[in-house]
Write a new protein. Structure first.
Length: 362
């Protein structure tokens, strides 16, 4: 049984528990996870009775790709992939059809209902995402490769003097992304963040034409995409000798991050993991300056389940891959964020991002 077939088999237990005959999967990331398909238009009908009654649909542009990437499911070729599979459902013995209500609009729901009269549509959000949260060996190997590649790109940037006063944030971002590709990344995992000086206090700052200056804190938040999987890492630097407040702020964030990593163990409540790291920041009187959650799942998407933060829900499980990224931001002065991608393991997490965490003065 292929990895994708094993994943579909695992999903069937969820379908039986939900009392549906099949699930219509329309989220392309979930379809890739369950089939290996990498095109831009597809739908998948996973039948509770097995793959013989399941169907994969895409349009004519991807017929050859579907044969290569999804050889173990009967194909349907139709531009309107989801309605086509909904229409086929009654003939496959489907009376109760689950659908991904977290990604299907009201209009799309109405189209599906019209395509399959007499079939009862049931909302089943997040079922595939739950499976995706716990990673398999091959997935972890790909994530390790993506993280190692990002580490290498950052080391090259620093060794070449690419992070220095006088360069623009945008130029640093372009060079770092080029080095990611040079080491074999399919693409950056997301738009690289380079935030210098007072702009480092903006957690999601977009690189600008502003120049880096001596004495600036510089936040680099970036990652590589390899084989569809994403890495995610943040490191904070200072250009020249760090001021006392910069060193103290960085030390605070590193301490909080260490506590967060230690707390990320199997069966830990995601809110409690966040709270453990946040308590370090709050004890220093800077709780209001840590405005975001501690982390998030990472895999086929850069942000996926679980959400590790005050508003998260659920517990961590072994082999989940999450980020641990506390940040403290002082408006109009500067901010610090330190982030690693880790695999949840008993005792101590496996840290996939290996770049030094201490404050580097460049």
């Amino acid at each position: 049984m292929s990895p994708h077939a094993r994943r579909r088999e695992a999903l069937r237990a969820h379908l039986v528990a939900a009392d549906v005959d099949a699930l219509l999967v329309t989220d392309l990331v979930n379809i890739r996870y369950l089939t290996g398909f990498t095109g831009s238009n597809a739908a998948l009908l996973v039948h509770a009775c097995g793959d013989a009654a399941s169907r994969f649909c895409t349009d004519g542009r991807y017929a050859a790709r579907a044969r290569a990437e999804v050889p173990d499911l009967e194909p349907v070729i139709d531009r309107a992939s989801a309605p086509a599979l909904a229409a086929a459902a009654p003939g496959l013995g489907v009376a109760r059809l689950g659908f991904e209500s977290d990604v299907v609009t009201v209009e799309a729901h109405d189209v599906l209902a019209a395509a399959a009269p007499g079939v009862h549509l049931r909302r089943l959000p997040g079922r595939v995402q739950r499976l995706r949260a716990v990673k398999e060996d091959a997935e972890l190997a790909t994530l390790r490769a993506a993280c190692a590649l990002a580490d290498a790109a950052l080391a090259d940037l620093l060794a070449a003097g690419g992070l220095r006063a006088g360069r623009s944030e945008r130029d640093v971002a372009f060079e770092l992304e080029a080095r990611l590709r040079g080491h074999g990344a399919d693409a950056p995992a997301f738009e690289t963040i380079v935030a210098a000086g007072a702009r480092s206090a903006l957690p999601h700052h977009r690189p600008s034409g502003e120049l880096l200056r001596a004495g600036d804190l510089v936040v680099l938040d970036f990652g590589a995409r390899v084989g569809g999987y994403h890495s995610d890492m943040t490191r904070t630097f200072v250009l020249g000798a760090g001021a006392a407040w910069q060193r103290d702020l960085h030390a605070l964030v590193v301490a909080a991050q260490a506590v967060g990593r230690t707390a990320a163990v199997p069966d830990a409540d995601v809110v409690a993991v966040d709270a453990a790291a946040r308590a370090v920041v709050e004890a220093a009187g800077r709780g209001e300056e840590f405005p975001h959650g501690l982390g998030h799942g990472v895999g086929l998407e850069i942000h996926e389940a679980p959400a590790v933060g005050p508003t998260g829900s659920g517990r961590l499980a072994e082999r989940m891959t999450v980020t641990v990224e506390p940040g403290v931001y002082l408006p109009e002065r500067g901010g610090v964020r330190v982030e690693d991608t880790v695999v949840v393991r008993p005792g101590t997490p496996e840290v996939l991002t290996g770049s030094p965490r201490e404050l580097v003065e460049v």
